[in-house]
Structures are given as structure tokens and as C-alpha cells.
Ligand binder design. Structure first.
Ligand SMILES: [Zn+2]
Length: 202
């Protein structure tokens, strides 16, 4: 282990920062130094914001979203279309769809995808709650917005089977050539999916 360059309080700060996704030990040191230099402008408000977040963050009992209110902002927004539930694996996916302004529906956060190899089974996901929500007569469509990975598709199939007798349309995201993508650089699996899912233009 390299010798510490600073007191234990600063070393601890660096160690904690290094646990953030995308930050290795080097960038954690850089971030720590930046915070220390910008004590008033950044470190103090960051510390206060963290404390407020710790005190206020809740998981929405309806959809599994993370917010400072329960039910969450999305679930309580009257302008949202309550007939559509968009199923995502993680809150990060919900945020990505919201950033893209992709849907006006409500969400359901599973918490993960099924992964038999990692020991993640149906009981680890909020699937029971989803099935219950899907039986609400107001709900007419469940959109499975899950990753185009083996685990994501396994999860999609599992949920589709469970919803067979619920009175809802179950749809999934289209798989295909990304917007701005050039065919030459798209991988074979994606190309095959894009061709299989082709749509009529005239
Ligand atoms: Zn919610």
C-alpha cells in the first residue's frame, strides 16, 4: 500500500469517493482535492445536499421509483397516462426514459432482471406488485422496457407469461438499428433483429 499523503480524514474521503461508479483511486484523489479547494462553493453545499437526500429519499410503494415523496412524483402526476405502465429494471432506466421524454405513461421498477447464474429469482424482483397493478381495469398496456440482454429478455418472457390472463396488451421495445447508426457498423444480432422486426413504409 502506498504511504498516505494526507491525514486519515482526507484519506477516508478519498476512499469513499473511490467507491462511486466511474471513479477509480486516481480520480477519487482528484475529486477530493477539488472538493477541499472549493470548500465553501462546493464541499459545504454538497455535504448539506447529501444530508437532505439521506433524510428525504424514499422508495415509491406503488412503482419502486426513488424520490423524496411516496407515492412518487410520477405516480401522483395527474397528466400521466394511467393506462400505460412502462416496466424497467432499474431507476437509472426510468431516468433515461424520462430524459428522452419517451413516454407519458407510469412506471414499474423491477429492481433487477432475472439472472439464474447470479441467483436472482422472481422473488427478488417486484413482479408480484406488477401483476397486481396490471389487473387494475384502468391499465390497458404494459410496455417491457428491458435490456436487450439474455437476462433482460428472460425477464420479459417470464413477465409476459404471468400476464397472459390479465386483460392487458403486453409490448416490448423495438430492437434494431440505432438512430444515426450505419448498417456497416451494426453487429450481426442487431441487424438480424432489425430485419425481422421491419415495418411497412408504404
Ligand atoms: Zn411511483
Amino acid at each position: 500500500m502506498p504511504a498516505a499523503v494526507a491525514g486519515p480524514e482526507i484519506e477516508r474521503l478519498i476512499q469513499l469517493l473511490a467507491r462511486l461508479p466511474g471513479l477509480g483511486p486516481r480520480s477519487a484523489r482528484r475529486a477530493a482535492l477539488h472538493l477541499i479547494k472549493k470548500r465553501e462553493a462546493l464541499m459545504t453545499p454538497l455535504s448539506a445536499a447529501l444530508q437532505v437526500a439521506i433524510d428525504k429519499i424514499q422508495v415509491c410503494a406503488t412503482c419502486g421509483n426513488i424520490d423524496t415523496q411516496n407515492p412518487c412524483t410520477v405516480c401522483t402526476d395527474p397528466r400521466r397516462d394511467g393506462s400505460i405502465i412502462v416496466v424497467v429494471a432499474d431507476v437509472a432506466d426510468l431516468w433515461a426514459l424520462e430524459r428522452a421524454n419517451a413516454t407519458n405513461g407510469r412506471y414499474h421498477v423491477l429492481g433487477a432482471t432475472l439472472s439464474p447464474l447470479d441467483g436472482v429469482g422472481p422473488q427478488d424482483l417486484t413482479i408480484d406488485a406488477l401483476v397486481k397493478r396490471a389487473r387494475d381495469p384502468q391499465v390497458s398496456e404494459i410496455i417491457l422496457a428491458l435490456n436487450a440482454t439474455v437476462d433482460g429478455q428472460t425477464t420479459a418472457h417470464y413477465i409476459t407469461d404471468l400476464l397472459q390472463d390479465a386483460n392487458v396488451k403486453v409490448t416490448r421495445l423495438a430492437h434494431g438499428v440505432p438512430v444515426g447508426g450505419e448498417l456497416e457498423y451494426v453487429d450481426g444480432g442487431t441487424l438480424a433483429h432489425a430485419l425481422a422486426g421491419r415495418t411497412t413504409v408504404s
